[in-house]
Design a protein around this ligand. Structure first.
Ligand SMILES: [Zn+2]
Length: 148
């Protein structure tokens, strides 16, 4: 018996990356699509509050800021050139107020979306610790039932 046979006796079911990434982009759990992936602005929930899927295995690291900078820089850079070409008599104070504000707004909008999509991508490809997580059935017990 080889190592590969002992390590993965049964192949894990494949997960579709694009649907998972779309859910992650919306901030939803890639497994069930109902629970929130974040517990705060950029903090990923340890487990999905709806289905209990473990999400703490992600290693997003520097990738979400990298993709955010890549996209925002191209949008803002192109917009700055476009506005300057259309109206080169625009006061400098307008540029000083407009471009940093738009840049920050886009960064705060896109950074959690890219991070959610990246965590979902890692989940779909069973990267890092996601490959060892056994599939879980959604819990049928509701928290308010336990209190009664
Ligand atoms: Zn879930």
């Amino acid at each position: 018996m080889t190592f590969a046979q002992t390590a993965h006796a049964e192949p894990m079911p494949a997960r579709a990356a694009w649907p998972a990434m779309k859910l992650g982009f919306k901030g939803l759990c890639p497994a069930c699509g109902e629970g929130k992936i974040f517990r705060s602005f950029l903090k990923v929930n340890d487990c999905c509050p709806a289905c209990g899927e473990e999400l703490h295995h992600h290693r997003a690291d520097d990738a979400p800021p990298y993709f955010t900078i890549l996209v925002v820089a191209h949008i803002i850079g192109a917009a700055m050139l476009w506005v300057e070409e259309r109206n080169d008599a625009l006061d400098i104070w307008i540029h000083v107020m407009l471009w940093p504000t738009l840049t920050l707004a886009l960064v705060f909008l896109l950074l959690p979306k890219f991070k959610g999509a990246l965590v979902a991508y890692q989940w779909a490809l069973r990267m890092h610790g996601f490959e060892t997580v056994p599939p879980k059935a959604p819990s049928l017990a509701k928290p308010q039932d336990a209190a009664k």
